[in-house]
Design a protein around this ligand. Structure first.
Ligand code: NOJ
Length: 515
């Protein structure tokens, strides 16, 4: 039997915005627990919880001050245990985020390292003298992913510290033995508590070139800095992590946020000795175009021994908006989702996509993302994909909170509330439910992992996986194709099979059972 994670539907819970149990306007662990029935009803296999650890929340939890405790904003360890137990009792696995590249400035190691230049803890981070007279220029020309330079000078002795993200997120020095040792402890802590796996934040960084040399001339973008991303040392580290994880029973797993656009580089992270999976972000970059979509599907299947499919997450604009917005964007988004769900591998869903939510236009004065702040308002930041989930159209706070939500709802929120969509057979929510249920039934028939591409025209992507055929039509008009089989799913009205011809309406996907 295949391990559970190879073909899982994993639902990302951005905890701050999912469900608030205590009225402070911020989602929390008891809120997630209370809404587990939604996830059971949807039919997901697992949830990935974004960081809920102790944190000043400068990057909304990706700035961790204590990796083995729950921030009071989200609950406490007992609340985590309750959630884990209830999720497991409901047949849902739980993956937690691990953030190894950096800590928070409030982490006790960094507090001491910054305050006392003579402290041995200083070597666990990347402190350096500046350049130029008085060291007033940063040690090198690296810039932060969030905008501005990657160095901040706050130490009493005038040294600078490295931060690839916000200045509140100092990078750890992974060449220092205390760092891997501590992170092994963190992994064990959560494995002992019973988690089913980890999502590894910025998994392709961690080790920086110790010589800290300048970015080569012509490399302008922080995400192209060869000194900080995708260095071979990190692969050896994951071989150690794999041993830790494999030491536990129950099919625990790791999925890496390997944010690289060369799928062959991403593939190096995934093997039976390294990570179990890495996110395939190429899917998120693909436009609404059959050729482009086929290419990412083909390359993902070809290169990743355990493929993954991701259309949205808490860092990029929601796919309904990327695909044109409104009903058209929703229709296209659903069609692409249905194609991905037919493929071997795991599909990662992001909360709210099952409601067809669009990217929200958060008013400028309410934006909170450090990207918005650090770029001086040049980049909008990620708040638009992080607005709260609307549960009940008529309830105060749309059933998300009894207080004031930390980010405003998107303009379409009330109309797209869960309770309304549940009653509407034509809703996006019910389309997701049907697709996931049909997918589960197909998987029970063991369709295997072999995929054949069907040549059905320039605007169509057709795949055959065992008895399952999935056909995505990106054209503006329906297509009629010579294919036989039983129609088992369709993302739009008007699909049908008759006399060996299948009709696939415009911007939609159909699934057929053949043979
Ligand atoms: C990736 C996370 O998904 C993102 O939200 C965060 O800001 C950065 N890593 C830094 O931790």
């Amino acid at each position: 039997m295949q391990t559970w994670w190879r073909d899982a539907v994993v639902y990302e819970v951005y905890v701050r915005s999912f469900a608030d149990s205590d009225g402070d306007g911020v989602g929390d662990l008891d809120g997630v627990r209370a809404r587990l029935p939604h996830l059971v009803d949807l039919g997901v296999d697992a949830i990935w919880l974004t960081p809920f650890y102790r944190s000043p929340m400068a990057d909304h939890g990706y700035d961790v001050a204590d990796h083995t405790d729950v921030d009071p904003l989200f609950g406490d360890l007992a609340a985590f245990d309750r959630l884990l137990a209830d999720a497991h009792a409901s047949g849902i696995r739980v993956i937690v985020d691990v953030v190894p590249n950096h800590t928070s400035v409030a982490h006790p190691w960094f507090v001491e390292a910054l305050g006392d230049p003579a402290s041995p803890l200083r070597d666990r981070f990347v402190f350096r003298d500046g350049q130029g007279p008085g060291g007033t220029e940063p040690p090198n020309n690296w810039s932060s992913v969030f905008g501005g330079r990657a160095w901040t000078r706050e130490s009493p002795d005038g040294q600078w510290y490295l931060h690839l993200f916000d200045s509140s997120q100092p990078d750890l020095d992974w060449h220092h033995p205390a760092v891997p040792e501590e992170m092994h402890r963190v992994l064990r802590f959560w494995l002992d508590r019973g988690v089913d796996g980890f999502r590894i934040d910025v998994a392709h960084s961690l080790f920086k070139n110790p010589d800290l040399s300048d970015i080569p001339a012509g490399t302008t973008n922080s995400i192209d800095n060869p000194h900080v991303w995708d260095r071979d040392e990190v692969l050896a580290l994951y071989e150690q992590w794999r041993e830790v994880v494999d030491g536990y029973d129950g099919d625990r797993m790791m999925v890496g946020e390997v944010f690289l656009f060369d799928i062959e580089r991403v593939a190096r992270y995934v093997s039976d000795r390294r990570l179990h999976q890495a996110f395939n972000f190429l899917v998120m970059l693909a436009p609404w175009d059959a050729g482009a979509l086929r290419e990412v599907v083909e390359s993902g299947l070809k290169h990743l021994v355990a493929p993954t499919w991701v259309l949205s997450n808490h860092d990029l604009p929601r796919h309904v908006t990327r695909f044109g917005g409104g009903d058209l964007g929703r229709r296209r988004g659903l069609a692409v989702t249905a194609l991905l769900l037919a493929l071997p591998g795991s599909t990662y869903l992001y909360q709210g996509e099952e409601l067809g939510l669009e990217e929200a236009d958060v008013p400028k004065h309410l934006r909170q993302d450090p990207i918005w702040v650090r770029t001086g308002g040049t980049l909008p930041g990620r708040d638009g994909c992080r607005t709260p989930i609307p549960w009940q159209a008529e309830a105060p706070g749309l059933g998300f909170t009894s207080g004031e939500p930390w980010l405003p709802f998107g303009a379409d929120a009330a109309d797209r509330a869960v309770d309304l969509q549940r009653q509407d057979p034509a809703s996006v929510l019910n389309a997701y439910r049907r697709l996931l249920a049909t997918r589960a039934a197909v998987l029970r028939e063991n369709p295997g992992d072999d995929v054949t591409f069907l040549e059905l025209g320039d605007q169509v992507v057709g795949v055959q996986r065992g008895p399952l055929v999935a056909v995505l039509n990106t054209a503006d008009a329906a297509v009629e194709l010579a294919l036989a089989g039983e129609l088992i799913a369709a993302t739009a009205d008007g699909a049908g099979v008759s006399g060996g011809v299948v009709t696939v309406p415009e911007a939609s996907t159909v699934w057929l059972r053949t043979g």
